[in-house]
Write a protein that binds this ligand. Structure first.
Ligand code: SAM
Length: 287
């Protein structure tokens, strides 16, 4: 009987057939444990018949789990050999399921053959944050998701203002919605075994400035303020933001005070809503 998910033997055979030796550059660590795959699919709350976006399907470990749960999967893979092989793997292991493979770079993809409502992915670790921000910006149909990322990145994405690991990625991610840690994943479920730990992170759009009220201009302004504030993390906002808010500490203090933000605070204390109030205060002052 053909297995429905990829185990260590199937991963090894597929890699052999394709002559694939996983590259670090593309973050290629493949999951060879069906229990982990089913756990991710369950944590994501995937429903039969819904369209799910997967980034970096690789040899198909998670893709097969999503198809098993009855999802219509759109999978974006940058590695041509993997993108070309995936439909064959799926047609053997789970014939009759619905998969569309897009051979593209997830950092640049602007069109998809469908409107995915959920993102489920074991992301390439070196680009996980830019990929997430790009997808959330470009595809408003995505309402929720579960992604596997490097543990440090996961903790950052889910961090609240004031926490040690709260940084620019935390504030930017919070523009789109709410994030939470959804469990750890052992490095032993991957081939090759990575030298970092992994976590699952879940998100839901909404209750956030970018959803629904913030405009694109405001998002750009907020992200610039966030970058400036965290580039000089130890400095007070009236200094770190002076270049963006009037050119002097005094002018910046004025904008910050009108926004109800303490000019002596630091970026790590501000929520994304605070950053939005600053952007709006600066824009109204410029009128
Ligand atoms: N989903 C598979 C699994 O769980 O076994 C593979 C996950 S592996 C961590 C990351 C995958 O992302 C690889 O297949 C890699 O080729 C692909 N990838 C890397 N950079 C990418 C990019 N910019 N756009 C799309 N796919 C990418």
């Amino acid at each position: 009987r053909t297995p429905r998910l990829l185990g260590p033997a199937e991963i090894r055979d597929l890699a052999d057939v394709l002559g694939v030796s996983p590259t670090k550059k593309l973050g290629q660590n493949f999951v060879h444990d069906g229990n982990t795959v089913r756990r991710i699919v369950q944590a994501a709350g995937v429903e039969r018949g819904e369209t799910v976006l997967e980034i970096g399907p690789g040899l198909g470990s998670l893709t097969l789990g999503l198809l098993e749960a009855g999802a219509d999967v759109i999978a974006v893979e940058i590695d041509r050999r993997l993108a070309e092989q995936l439909p064959h793997t799926v047609s053997v292991m789970q014939p009759g399921t619905r998969l569309t493979v897009v051979h593209d770079d997830a950092l640049r993809v602007t069109e998809l053959p469908g409107e995915p409502v959920r993102l489920v992915a074991n992301l390439p670790y070196n680009v996980s944050v830019p990929v997430l921000l790009h997808l959330l910006e470009r595809f408003p149909s995505l309402r929720s998701g579960i992604v596997m990322v490097q543990a440090e990145v996961g903790h950052r994405l889910a961090a609240e203002p004031g926490s040690k690991v709260y940084g620019a990625p935390s504030a930017k991610a919070a523009w789109y919605g709410r994030w939470r840690l959804a469990g750890q994943v052992s490095r032993m479920v991957f081939w090759p075994v990575p030298n970092v730990d992994s976590v699952l992170v879940g998100f839901e759009r909404g209750e956030a400035p970018g959803d629904p009220s913030g405009t694109e201009d405001e998002r750009v302004a907020v992200f610039e303020l966030v970058d400036a504030a965290f580039q000089q993390r130890r400095k007070m906002l009236r200094q770190s933001l002076s270049g963006r808010l009037g050119g002097s500490a005094a002018a910046a203090s004025d904008v910050l005070q009108r926004a109800g933000v303490d000019p002596q605070a630091r970026g790590e204390q501000l929520s994304v809503d605070d950053f939005l109030r600053i952007a709006r205060s600066a824009a109204s002052g410029a009128d």
